[in-house]
Design a protein around this ligand. Structure first.
Ligand code: MHF
Ligand code: KIV
Ligand code: MG
Length: 291
C-alpha cells in the first residue's frame, strides 16, 4: 500500500511513535487512539465506515479509511433484522473477527450489543473484555449517557479503549420513541453533559448521532477528545456512515444524513441478470471456463 499523502500517523510526523529509522521495516502503520487525538489537535478530519467482513475491510483499509466500525447495524444490513436490539455478542464476534483479520492499518472498533453492558460496571468490563479477546478489536463502542460514566470508567481502567455513542442511540429506539433527532432546544444541554461526562470517564472519542449541527459543533469545541458524527453536521473531527447506505447497496429508505457515493445495487443487479441470461442461453460457461 502506498500513499503520497502525508498521514498524521506513522512516519516521522508522529510525535508519539519511534523515529522511522528505528522502526522495523515493512511494519505497517496502525491507526491508534493517539492518532485520532492528533487529527483533532491539528484541526484535521478522519473517516470511519462500518465493515462486517474481510473483503470490504480490505477495500476500506487500502483506501485509507482510518477507523472501521463493526457496527451492531450488522443486525440490519447483514442479518436482515428490524433493529439492532437482537444481535448477540457472539454474532458481533464473528463479524469483528473477520474485520480484524483483514484490516492491516485501520483501527477496528466493535459495537457492544444491547444487553451486554448496561446492568453494571462489572458487566460492561466483562463483556468488553470478551469482545476484545474473542475478536481482536482495538476498541469498544457503547451507547451511553452521563448515567453510564461509571461503566465507561471501569472499562477504561480495565484497558478497554471506549468510544462513547451519544445523541440518538439506536439501541434505545423504543425508550426514545423512535428514530428521532436528539439535542434540539433545551435538550442540547443534555447531549453536552453526556459528552463531557463520558470524556471525563475516559472515553477516547465521542460519537454524535442525529444531533443538530450547531450542537455538535459546540460539543466538539467543548471536548478535548475527538468527535465523530453521523447526521451531526460538518464540525465533528470525523464522520461515519454505514457502508451499504453510502455505496448504494441498501434498497430501503436511507436516512437524510447519507450521501450516496456509488450505485452498487444497480451494478450488482445488472451483472446478476446478465449472468442469468447467459446461463439460460448457454453463453456461460465458455470454453475457457471448462476443463
Ligand atoms: N443501514 C443503516 N444505516 C444506519 O445509519 C443505521 C443502521 N442501518 N442501523 C443502526 C442505526 C440506526 N440508525 C438510523 C436509522 C434510521 C434513521 C432515520 O430513519 N432517520 C430519519 C428520520 C429523522 C427524523 O426526522 O427524526 C432521517 O430521515 O434521517 C436514522 C438513524 C443509524 N444506524
Ligand atoms: C451508525 C453507527 C454509528 C453504528 O453505531 C452502527 O453502525 O451500528
Ligand atoms: Mg451501532
Amino acid at each position: 500500500m502506498s500513499s503520497d499523502q502525508p498521514a498524521p500517523y506513522g512516519g516521522t510526523s508522529s510525535g508519539t511513535s519511534q523515529p522511522s529509522a528505528q522502526r522495523p521495516a515493512l511494519t505497517p502503520s496502525r491507526v491508534r487512539t493517539v492518532h485520532l487525538q492528533q487529527f483533532k489537535d491539528r484541526g484535521e478530519r478522519f473517516s470511519m465506515l462500518t465493515s462486517y467482513d474481510a473483503m470490504t475491510t480490505q477495500i476500506f483499509d487500502e483506501a485509507g479509511i482510518e477507523v472501521l466500525l463493526v457496527g451492531d447495524s450488522a443486525a440490519n444490513v447483514v442479518l436482515g433484522q428490524e433493529s439492532t436490539l437482537r444481535i448477540s455478542l457472539e454474532e458481533m464476534v464473528v463479524f469483528a473477527s473477520a474485520v480484524t483479520r483483514a484490516a492491516s492499518r485501520a483501527m477496528v472498533v466493535v459495537d457492544a450489543p444491547f444487553g451486554t453492558y448496561e446492568a453494571s460496571a462489572e458487566q460492561a468490563v466483562h463483556c468488553g473484555v470478551r469482545l476484545m479477546k474473542k475478536s481482536g478489536a482495538h476498541a469498544v463502542k457503547v451507547e451511553a449517557d452521563a448515567s453510564m460514566a461509571d461503566h465507561v470508567r471501569a472499562m477504561v481502567s480495565a484497558g478497554i479503549p471506549v468510544m462513547a455513542h451519544v445523541g440518538f442511540t439506536p439501541q434505545s429506539e423504543h425508550a426514545l420513541g423512535g428514530y428521532r433527532i436528539q439535542g434540539r432546544g433545551e435538550a442540547a444541554q443534555t447531549v453536552m453533559n453526556d459528552a463531557l461526562a463520558l470524556q471525563e470517564a475516559g472515553a477516547f472519542c465521542v460519537l454524535l448521532e442525529m444531533v443538530p449541527a450547531d450542537v455538535a459543533a459546540e460539543v466538539d469545541a467543548a471536548l478535548r477528545v475527538p468527535t465523530v458524527g453521523i447526521g451531526a453536521g460538518a464540525a465533528t473531527t470525523g464522520q461515519v456512515l454505514v457502508w451499504q447506505d453510502m455505496l448504494g447497496l441498501n434498497a430501503g429508505r436511507v436516512p437524510r444524513f447519507v450521501r450516496q457515493y456509488a450505485e452498487l445495487r444497480a451494478t450488482m443487479s445488472e451483472a446478476v441478470r446478465t449472468y442469468r441470461d447467459e446461463v439460460r442461453s448457454g453463453a456461460f460457461p465458455a470454453q475457457e471456463h471448462s476443463y
